[in-house]
Design a protein around this ligand. Structure first.
Ligand SMILES: *Cc1c(COP(=O)(O)O)cnc(C)c1O
Length: 436
């Protein structure tokens, strides 16, 4: 499969180039030149396949020219080594749990697949790959744990001091091996600015082979299609063939992958884009005007994005039929009070605890089902992170019911290792040069 830039649809690069560049020079995003339609027999019989089988089939259709089938299978087996169940909460309301990976967030799908693809393409004797990543919490953990122990790679994570939860910080700072954490005395935006400047610094680029691991990398998007197919497979097993998905959205990579799955033939009736107060996309879907705004801070901070970077991909998917986009996606947004109310309602209704991002997707689904009731259609909302990653959000009676997974207990026994730095670029650069 070749890839083009959304800013120049006649450009062509290989999958390997697209993965290592992350972003084209022209600042577009990479998209596959053709989107293969999976055969009906596969789609209609999805319920007879396992997640790794589904993932391999989907990946092979997209990447079969670039990576031999057996290698792709091995990569998937190693990367997607956890499950993604749908859990029934009531008639026609299911939750797709995407938090069973090592960092307890759906970003594990993308980060683990991407790290292994990068390692696969690194040829013997090639210069070590230096991944720089700024995080507001979830990305760093997924990338750190995704690259941990992957040969010929090293990861440097920058996170804002005091602004990530305790569990997130442990996931960033207790890895050792090829992972190191820098605690920046500033905000996430400061971390991001340092990383961006490093990529344009000639001295650093001469010394290191720098790459970013952010959510726009095409190798993070592709594996996120797998769990949409797999969720549909599980719905089929329950005798349900009509589904809608509600997706808590920030940078719109997750829902973008769902739309890619739809383009490949997955029969989804509706996608619900659920956001917090950062409602650029719901506003666009309502009024037809796309107006990016500075982000505002909310309880669901992994979705605090005012200008979602993956939106150009979604626009590109529907460039020949913008009307279709408006039919297929509907938007809902909720403020922090509504988010808290949703967390409480989910707990009261089902004795189930959702993280603040997931709560927004649940509320959007309920509102949608109220607005538009379609018989025999199940709503599946995506749970993007385990609630234990956001302990400060919950009222005590709910916090007491959060089950802490075993891997978190292991983390709590480990020592934090990080280097504190300020927000000046010279200090950061000096650190990188001195710690080869
Ligand atoms: C990253 C993240 C999101 C947003 O996903 P996008 O792909 O950026 O839309 C939602 N919830 C959680 C918990 C996240 O970490």
């Amino acid at each position: 499969m070749k890839f083009y830039s959304t800013n120049n649809t006649s450009s062509r690069v290989s999958f390997k180039e697209a993965v290592f560049n992350s972003m084209p020079q022209d600042k577009g995003l990479y998209m596959p030149v053709t989107i293969p339609r999976l055969d009906d027999k596969f789609i209609n019989n999805l319920d007879s396949y396992t997640l790794p089988e589904i993932a391999s089939h989907v990946a092979q259709n997209l990447l079969g020219d670039d990576i031999p089938a057996d290698d792709l299978k091995a990569i998937i087996k190693d990367a997607i080594n956890f499950y993604a169940p749908i859990v029934k909460l009531e008639e026609d309301v299911y939750v797709l749990e995407l938090f069973h990976g090592p960092s307890l967030a759906f970003k594990d799908f993308g980060a683990r697949f991407m790290s292994r693809i990068m390692s696969y393409f690194l040829e013997a004797g090639e210069k070590q790959l230096d991944v720089l990543v700024a995080t507001s919490g979830d990305t760093g953990g997924a990338v750190a744990l995704g690259f941990l122990g992957v040969p010929n790679t090293r990861v440097t994570i920058l996170y804002p001091k005091g602004k990530v939860s305790d569990i997130q910080e442990l996931q960033l700072t207790t890895n050792g091996q090829n992972i190191r954490a820098l605690e920046i005395d500033g905000t996430f935006d400061d971390c991001q600015a340092l990383v961006k400047q490093a990529f344009t610094d000639p001295e650093l680029n001469a010394k290191y082979r720098l790459t970013s691991a952010n959510s726009i990398n095409i190798a993070r998007l592709i594996p996120q299609t797998f769990y949409y197919f797999n969720a549909y497979a599980q719905a089929l097993k329950q005798g349900k063939s009509q589904v809608v998905f509600s997706v808590p959205s920030g940078n719109f990579g997750n829902i973008g992958a769902g739309l890619l799955a739809w383009k490949m033939g997955l029969p989804v009736g509706q996608f619900i884009a659920a956001t917090n107060a950062n409602d650029t996309v719901p506003q666009f879907l309502k009024h037809g005007v796309y107006e990016p705004k500075p982000s505002v801070a909310t309880l669901s901070n992994a979705m605090d994005v005012g200008n979602p970077s993956n939106w150009v991909r979604i626009a590109d998917l529907f460039k020949d039929d913008a009307g279709q986009l408006n039919k297929l996606i509907t938007g809902y947004s909720f403020n922090d009070d509504e988010t808290l109310a949703a967390i409480n309602a989910v707990y009261d209704h089902y004795k189930y605890v959702v993280c603040p991002h997931t709560a927004i997707a649940w509320q959007a689904l309920k509102d949608y089902q109220q607005d538009i009731h379609i018989d025999d259609t199940v709503g599946i909302f995506l749970s993007t992170a385990h609630p234990c990653k956001f302990p400060d959000v919950f009222p005590q009676k709910i916090a007491d019911h959060i089950e802490v997974p075993a891997q978190v207990k292991d983390l709590q026994a480990k020592d934090k290792q990080s280097v504190e730095l300020g927000i000046d670029f010279e200090g950061f650069k000096d650190y990188l040069l001195k710690n080869a």
